[in-house]
Design a protein around this ligand. Structure first.
Ligand SMILES: Nc1ncnc2c1ncn2[C@@H]1O[C@H](COP(=O)(O)OP(=O)(O)O)[C@@H](O)[C@H]1O
Ligand SMILES: [Mg+2]
Length: 257
């Protein structure tokens, strides 16, 4: 039986006169790597923002692990439910160290918030949290930079820190918004392997937006294609690559994008 992790039904998001997402339905099952692709402005990031509570959708229903996410559920509540994300424009705590960035995320999953955490967490729990944070940094090749200020890291490593921070919240579903943006071909190849590794290691389900088609075709189990907010195709990488509507709307130009 399929184990449904994310289910989006008839999602619509309007900003004034712009319908950024138009009646989008899709589902993602446990362990899948599913891609959302399409031209710039197609509504991909907006769809992520609806799932993560950044926007309250104009219409539609989003369910996580068979439970409907109530309208108005805040982003931090959604993190606690088990959905983590990274951002198209990297968002780190720029004045904090690399380690502190991961520790803040770890505390989001404990019953304390970051302000009470320092006062109430026992020494033993704090030590465990520290060790887990250091392990995540090691996995991302960032351990030797743990005391560096986050904004001093080169771009590619900031992307890795963002992934470490997302993993620190112990998610079941991770949303990656253009994680390979700004990466060279070699880094992109490594990222592809890395995404598959963390999926296996943490039993994750992955929902990814990317323009690097080689990465998407390599790692995706299934792909959804958006154009002007509407779903225009869905299928395996092979099916989507041959779909004439997708070629016309997107793939024909993707190589220059
Ligand atoms: N907060 C917002 N206010 C108004 N319009 C928005 C907002 N966010 C996105 N849009 C519009 O919605 C459309 C989809 O944008 P976006 O989801 O960022 O596309 P993509 O991620 O596919 O490039 C665009 O026309 C964009 O200008
Ligand atoms: Mg976007």
């Amino acid at each position: 039986m399929k184990d449904n992790v994310l289910n989006i039904k008839n999602l619509t998001m309007r900003f004034g006169g712009v319908t950024a997402v138009d009646d989008l339905s899709l589902e993602i099952n446990r362990g899948e790597i599913v891609a959302l692709i399409g031209p710039n402005g197609a509504g991909k990031t907006t769809a992520f923002n609806c799932v993560t509570g950044v926007y309250e959708p104009t219409g539609g229903v989003i369910s996580f692990l068979d439970n409907e996410i109530a309208k108005g559920t805040t982003p931090d509540r959604i993190t606690k439910l088990g959905i983590a994300r990274t951002f198209q424009n990297i968002r780190l705590f720029n004045t904090m160290t690399v380690l502190e960035n991961v520790l803040v995320a770890k505390h989001m999953r404990t019953k304390h918030n970051i302000f009470t955490a320092a006062l109430r967490i026992s020494g033993r729990e704090e030590k465990r949290v520290q060790e887990e944070a250091l392990a995540l940094l090691e996995e991302q090749g960032l351990l030797h930079l743990k005391d560096e200020i986050a904004s001093n890291l080169p771009y590619g490593l900031q992307r890795h820190l963002e992934i470490a921070r997302a993993l620190a919240t112990d998610p079941q579903l991770i949303l990656l918004d253009e994680p390979a943006a700004g990466m060279n071909p070699q880094e992109t190849l490594e990222l592809a392997e890395f995404i598959q590794q963390i999926r296996d290691k943490y039993n994750l389900t992955v929902f990814i937006i990317e323009h690097h088609m080689d990465l998407i075709m390599q790692i995706s189990d299934r792909i959804y294609v958006l154009d002007f907010g509407k779903l225009i195709a869905t299928g395996t990488p092979a099916e989507v690559q041959e779909n004439q509507r997708v070629i016309d709307a997107y793939l024909g130009v993707a190589e220059d994008a």
